[in-house]
Design a protein around this ligand. Structure first.
Ligand SMILES: O=C(O)CCC(=O)C(=O)O
Length: 294
């Protein structure tokens, strides 16, 4: 296990902040107690058991995989956790919007992968600095369980060309893959354990391999934006203020889930999914299970 970097009263040091802007990521940061992370895993797996066959309008995976904050109080609890926000604030500043909470699960001994990509490729926001992703493991993320690999300094690129593969084993809905050769030696394995997290820039090239371990690999992935970010060409989008104020008004605000899968929460999830899919699936006729290229 890689020892956590020290935080100062929960905050990144000036050196850690400049390392993030130099490398495009920072890890492993100690953000929650291990028993808190263990409790989140228990709540997540209970949710899976309770709701898998509950007759939801979409497969449970669709709610797990994008905008879970609309329907799952657990997603909102993680996404608004002060320990996570304190570190994100050091990178984005005092005004922060929560864009999406997503659960990436790889079952043990399966072939699921995430091909190397840049998050911002299909999000319609341009090549911006104002998106930070917090990747919070609820089980060990190791090279054997399919932890992420980051390419150091790759966020200094523009959005690079990607190709869609639509491969069934790819957790990304377009199966998008960067159309540039990446040297194995340039990849940094982001080993993380419950209680730790990584933060990465929206242009950092990253992906992850299969889970050949005996445990599930479960991660809560939270996307945060500054209010300066906007959909290009003025299109509307949705986000929830989690710190400070939104003086820009580029995003429609809405209420996060306080109860599991309420009709209002499901309707909100549906509205955002349909809207965002128009941007993220633009240029393709296929609709992935999750209908959004993330
Ligand atoms: O969980 C993974 O393996 C990949 C997640 C990812 O692509 C992301 O957090 O942006």
């Amino acid at each position: 296990m890689i020892p956590s970097l020290p935080l100062t009263s929960g905050h990144l040091s000036a050196e850690q902040v400049s390392r993030y802007w130099k490398d495009g990521f920072i890890f492993p940061l100690p953000v929650v107690a291990t028993d808190q992370a263990a409790a989140w895993r228990i709540a997540f797996e209970l949710m899976e058991r309770n709701w898998l066959d509950a007759g939801l309008p979409l497969p449970l995976n669709s709610y797990k995989r994008l905008n879970a904050q609309c329907v799952m109080p657990l997603a909102w609890e993680i996404g608004s956790h002060p320990g996570i926000l304190d570190a994100v604030e050091d990178l984005l500043g005092p005004d922060i919007l929560l864009y999406s909470v997503e659960f990436f699960v790889k079952e043990p001994g399966t072939r699921h992968v995430v091909t190397m990509h840049q998050d911002l490729t299909y999000w319609g926001m341009g090549a911006i600095d104002g998106l930070v992703t917090a990747w919070i493991p609820l089980s060990p993320a190791t090279p054997a369980s399919g932890c992420m690999d980051f390419v150091r300094g790759s966020h200094k690129n523009a959005i690079l060309p990607h190709q869609d593969t639509f491969e069934a084993d790819n957790l990304l809905s377009r199966g998008q893959e960067i159309a540039v050769d990446i040297n194995q030696a340039d990849k940094v394995a982001i080993e993380l354990h419950p209680g730790q997290m990584s933060l990465h820039h929206g242009l950092t090239i990253h992906g992850s391999g299969p889970n050949i371990s005996a445990d599930r690999r479960i991660a809560a992935v939270v996307r945060y934006l500054t209010p300066d970010v906007a959909q290009e060409h003025g299109g509307q989008d949705y986000a929830i203020p989690v710190r400070g104020t939104d003086k820009k008004g580029h995003f429609i605000h809405y209420a996060p889930a306080q109860e599991w899968f309420t009709p209002e929460g499901i309707a909100m999830h549906d509205k955002i999914r349909a809207h965002q899919a128009q941007v993220t699936m633009a240029g393709t006729k296929e609709k992935g299970l999750y209908e959004g290229a993330r």
